[in-house]
Design a protein around this ligand. Structure first.
Ligand SMILES: *Cc1c(COP(=O)(O)O)cnc(C)c1O
Length: 406
């Protein structure tokens, strides 16, 4: 296997997932390919985050990273709230029994029906535009319920080092910081319940120093904006964006450095300037990404002009990100392994391709693997976040894969 993650459990020459051998798990699931998420690893990751961040920080899970209902239910017992991005995510979040006041709803283009759902549920709507404020007021009036709202702010700075940037410059996300005082003035007489602010600068960031800088600058910005707020700031959502290693040369995030910086902010500027604010960090990928695997089976092994191809029964229609087609600029192999030959020497170089009729369906390019046969199980790691629901499952009309929480 290349780029092995250190958590990969093994027993008698095979990978184990949640303590279950991969062949036995495949038999139990009943078909390949499938996604398997390890509840123990999710729990351990949440515990590690809590240990590193100052106590009193509210940890929210961004549902879109992995919305599997059983996983959400598990997560509900571990984190302090959920961040949802659609009406369906909202319903699934509420199904877990989470307190609605611990749920936030972000995202541009929320439809009127979704705003109505959110107001009726009593969750916090993160306003992404000035027009959205007008629409929330109308929906609130129609229901006769005061909506809880926070302003998502598009800051006047960028977060460097993000794999995906969602703040700074012109953006479809949030209200430009220079427009925020005017919006706060409108909020004042609106009858809506003002909660606070949300700034989310970017996703998949492995650089602690740029996350720390973004958090410092966010607190500074919010301290400025708070002067114009119609009431005390009760909610300060500092976003997240903590990244995970995908390629072997990626260096894992220094979580302790992020935690130390946050502790200073909480004990300093936040305590003095925003004393009633509940400080929220919201994470998706970091909590679940490394706890999931995508398990496929080899259906063909072929040589073509000196090159070995292992053709598996899965592909980009289930795990688009691993093929480099989910916004990546350069394609790099995700860690991949012949899971029933975990202890065999890596004596062969092969490419692992999916079963779709497109050269884009490449799960592993020239990977060092043990010589593998038809029927072997090939596992792609780092598949717990933005996997199944971020992939074009209808492309080529193959059956949907199963998902299990082990
Ligand atoms: C997607 C999203 C997240 C989660 O991002 P990750 O990089 O998966 O942690 C958090 N907050 C908001 C508002 C989002 O849209």
């Amino acid at each position: 296997m290349s780029g092995e993650t250190d958590w990969a459990g093994r027993d008698q020459g095979e990978l184990t997932i949640g303590g279950v051998g991969v062949r036995r798990l495949a038999a139990r699931v009943g078909s390949t390919p499938f996604f398997a998420y390890d509840r123990g690893l999710i729990g351990a990751r949440v515990a590690a985050v809590r240990a590193a961040l100052p106590s009193g920080i509210h940890l929210s899970y961004a549902v879109k990273a992995n919305p599997m209902p059983a996983l959400l239910q598990h997560m509900c017992g571990l984190v302090d709230g959920f961040d949802v991005a659609s009406g369906q995510e909202l319903r699934h979040a509420l199904d877990t029994g989470v307190d609605p006041s611990d749920v936030s709803f972000a995202g541009p283009g929320k439809r009127t029906g979704e705003l109505t759902q959110a107001i009726a549920a009593g969750v916090t709507i993160e306003l992404e535009s000035e027009h959205e404020l007008i629409r929330v007021r109308a929906a609130s009036d129609a229901l006769g319920i005061a909506a809880r709202v926070a302003l998502r702010v598009n800051p006047d700075f960028e977060v460097r080092g993000s794999g995906m940037r969602l703040g700074g410059g012109p953006q479809q996300f949030g209200i430009d910081s220079e427009r925020v005082p005017a919006v706060l003035a409108q909020l004042g007489g609106s009858g809506l319940e003002f909660q606070g602010f949300h700034v989310f600068g970017g996703s998949q960031n492995l650089r602690a120093e740029s996350i720390c800088e973004a958090q410092r600058r966010t607190v500074e910005l919010v301290l400025d904006l708070a002067d114009a707020a119609p009431g005390p700031v009760r909610y300060l959502n500092l976003g997240g964006g903590f990244g995970i290693p995908y390629a072997s040369r990626d260096v894992p995030l220094d979580l302790a450095a992020v935690g130390d910086n946050l502790a200073k902010l909480v004990d300093g500027e936040i305590r003095t300037g925003l004393p009633s604010a509940r400080v929220v960090i919201e994470l998706g990928r970091y909590l679940v990404g490394e706890a999931g695997v995508y398990v496929t089976r080899i259906v063909d092994r072929k040589q073509s002009r000196g090159k070995t191809f292992l053709v598996v029964d899965g592909g980009l229609h289930h795990q688009l990100a691993a093929t480099g087609n989910l916004g990546q600029v350069i394609r790099r192999n995700y860690p991949i392994m012949v899971a029933n030959r975990a202890d065999e020497p890596l004596t062969e170089t092969a490419s692992v391709v999916g079963c779709l009729c497109t050269p884009l369906d490449l799960l592993g390019s020239d990977v060092e693997l043990p010589p593998a046969e038809v029927g072997d199980l090939v596992v792609v790691f780092q598949a717990g976040a933005y996997g199944l629901t971020a992939s074009p499952t209808a492309f080529l009309s193959h059956p949907a894969p199963a998902e299990v929480l082990v």
